[in-house]
Design a protein. Sequence first.
Length: 147
Amino acid sequence: MANVSIKFNGKEFLLSCDDGQEEHLEELLIQINQKFNELKNNLGNLGENKLLLITAVKVMDEYFETKKKVEQQKIEIRELSNKFRELKNLVYDYRDQKEEEIKELNDRHVDLKSDIENNQKSYEKLIDQAADEISNFVNKANSDNLS
C-alpha cells in the first residue's frame, strides 16, 4: 500500500491507496478540491461538513448524469449495431440476388449462343439445299435447251 499526502481545505491528510494508484488518487482529490472551493466561493462558508455534503451531492449528480449518458450511448450503439446488421444482411441478400441474376443471364447467353449456332447450321443447310436445287434447275434447264 502506498500513502499519499494531500491538502484539502487548508488541512493535510494522509491517504492510502494501492501501489501505482498514487497519481490517480491525487488527480481525483484535485477535482474534489476544485468542486469544494467552487461551492465555497459561490455559497459562502456554510461550514465544512455542509460544503462537503453539497460537494459529494454535486459529484454524485455529475456521476449519475454521466452514467445516464453512457447508458444512452450504449443504447444508441446497440441500435446502430442492429441497423448495421440489417444493412449487412440487405447487402448480402442484394449480392446473392445479383449473383442469381448474373447466373440466369449467363445461362440465357449460353442458350442464345447455342440457338444462334443451331440457326446458322440450319440456314447453311437451307442455303446448301437451295443452291443444290438452283444448280439442278439450271442443269435441267440447260439439258432441256440442248435437247
